[in-house]
Design a protein around this ligand. Structure first.
Ligand code: FAD
Length: 497
């Protein structure tokens, strides 16, 4: 016989978002405390290659949520900034976080176990090992609960609640039921991961991003006293002989100091693979939303993991949602919840959109194979070499300390113009004699002028659609969007003339 269990809130998935949300909702000041069920399909320590570097903006969100202690006792490594290594030139540039801020890197499973323990301790939260199989709807198609296989029980159980929150991660089973076609994600590439033992990084305590010729970027960061994570971006189709491909084409391009540990790990260990997906967020409070259910975390919004922003976005989403949702006395009042979701969508935009756009734009530059993107990639590296605000601005954005799409747009297009300047003014290999370097001659200017137009156009088509998707498409009434599109087309037409 199936049992029924009734709560105020059901949360599907005890990962980063689900645990933080359960803990924060339980601690929200309310006249009547909430009864929350946190349903997780496997309570054993997860062993995954995701969510291992937390940006300073994520650490601050944990503090806002009263969860900073989850970073303790897990042998987490401090992260003081980034080091970008350009394999083509064998050069590194140091990009420290601003103002002495720090991120942390760790084994993902250890963080999750601490988060689950914190959720379990919170008043009114029940953590249940159960795999959710269906959303339960009433006659009006409002979600009123879930059905789940509970560990140790033969029959499926129905859980009911005023509100269901889905936080079941990147492979969400319920995304399309809630979002419809808007829930279709795009996979840009895969990350291949292994753990290196006793690896030496070019700059200690700095996440390393390696720009590789003919392949996507490679990330390296220490995740405990002895362990270093390597994530190698591989575009589709993933080669059948992956180990051979990495050992032959990628490992020799990595910084010399890391190569012995990389070769050892690739030869001896099992390679793990995860898709790198992109899913812009869509509003959940509008008339097309499914009543009674809300998505949060990767089930709702994903970006490229190159910039390690997923947990930061998820935690900041929780931190901005809970004060709004916690104030709703009757969570069964969907009209009131809808209003909250609209305000939440607007409140989260600056941080989430900045991180999301940056991750994909940077990936397009760093994973470049087209010649125009190659120019932008070189320009970006040289922009960082300028130091000062050319480092401080971008790293403040990356670390989620400066949640500003305007600042991101400013630096992105400064990089594009600087890349064009570099093309005209910096020495480069002379065609036909790769060992000789020379500044382009005046005779080459017509070609470079044409290339500049292509580079600028490429910058626009990399950045424009991301900005449109994240900032405009769901933020404005469609008539204003249409006017903006027509205005943009007209401006482009007059510029071309
Ligand atoms: C290769 C890779 C590397 C990444 N590296 C970083 C990084 O360094 N830094 C960073 O900030 N972000 C990183 N991310 C992104 C980050 O992992 C996610 O943004 C983050 O984990 C999202 O949290 P979540 O709670 O939404 O999902 P998850 O943390 O994935 O949690 C989902 C939970 O739901 C459970 N679940 C799923 N289905 C069900 C079901 N039917 N019933 C019950 N439970 C269920 C799962 O078991 C899991 O515990 C990376 C992503 C990838 C792909």
């Amino acid at each position: 016989m199936s049992q029924a269990s009734t709560y105020d809130v059901l949360i599907v998935g005890a990962g980063v978002a689900g645990c933080a949300l359960a803990h924060a909702l339980a601690n929200a000041p309310r006249t009547t405390p909430l009864r929350i069920a946190l349903l997780e399909r496997a309570l054993a320590e997860p062993d995954r290659i995701v969510g291992e570097l937390m940006q300073p903006g994520g650490v601050l969100a944990l503090e806002r949520l009263g969860l900073e202690h989850v970073l303790e006792g897990i042998d987490a490594a401090p992260v003081e900034g980034y080091c970008v290594y350009d394999a083509a030139r064998g050069k590194v540039v140091k990009i420290p976080y601003p103002g002495g801020h720090r991120g942390r890197a760790f084994h993902h499973g250890r963080l999750i176990m601490n988060l689950r323990a914190a959720a379990k301790k919170a008043r009114g939260v029940e953590v249940i090992e159960a795999s959710v199989t269906d959303l339960v709807e009433d006659k009006s198609s409002r979600v009123v609960g879930v059905r789940a296989s509970v560990k140790g029980e033969e029959e499926k159980r129905t859980f009911s609640a005023s509100l269901v929150v889905v936080a079941d991660g990147c492979n969400s089973n319920f995304r399309s039921a809630v979002l419809g076609p808007a829930g279709k994600s795009t996979t840009k590439s895969h990350f291949i991961g292994v753990v290196l033992e006793d690896a030496v990084l070019p700059i200690p305590n700095h996440g390393t991003v390696c720009l590789i010729k003919g392949s996507g970027p490679v990330l390296l960061y220490r995740i405990s006293g002895n362990d270093t994570r390597i994530l190698i971006d591989v575009k589709a189709p993933v080669p059948a002989d992956l180990k051979g491909h990495i050992l032959k084409n990628i490992a020799p391009q990595l910084p010399q100091c890391t190569q012995p540990s990389v070769k050892r790990a690739i030869e001896n260990d099992r390679l793990r693979k995860m898709p790198n997906s992109w899913l812009p967020s869509t509003p959940q409070g509008g008339s097309s939303a499914k009543p009674g259910v809300v998505l949060i975390g990767d089930s709702w919004n994903m970006r490229h993991p190159l910039t390690g922003g997923g947990m930061t976005v998820a935690l900041n989403d929780v931190a901005s949602l809970v004060p709004l949702l916690g104030a709703v006395e009757n969570l069964g009042n969907w009209t009131e919840v809808q209003g909250v979701l609209d305000r939440w969508f607007a409140a989260r935009k600056p941080l989430a959109s900045t991180i999301n756009i940056l991750s994909v734009a940077l990936y397009d530059l760093f994973g470049a194979d087209a010649p125009e993107l190659e120019v932008l990639r070189t320009g970006c590296f040289k922009y960082f070499e300028l130091g000062g605000e050319c480092v401080n601005g971008p790293v403040s954005i990356l670390s989620a300390l400066a949640p500003s799409p305007a600042l991101l747009t400013y630096h992105f297009f400064r990089v594009a113009f600087y890349a064009i300047w570099v093309m005209f003014t910096h020495p480069r290999a002379v065609p036909g004699n790769k060992t000789r370097l020379a500044v382009p001659s005046v005779a080459e200017y017509p070609f470079l002028l044409w290339r500049s137009i292509q580079v600028f156009y490429t910058a626009c088509i990399v950045f424009g659609p991301l900005l449109w998707e994240e900032m405009i498409v769901h933020a404005m009434p469609s008539r204003i969007q249409l006017l903006m599109l027509l205005g943009g087309l007209y401006a482009g037409y007059t510029l071309l003339l």
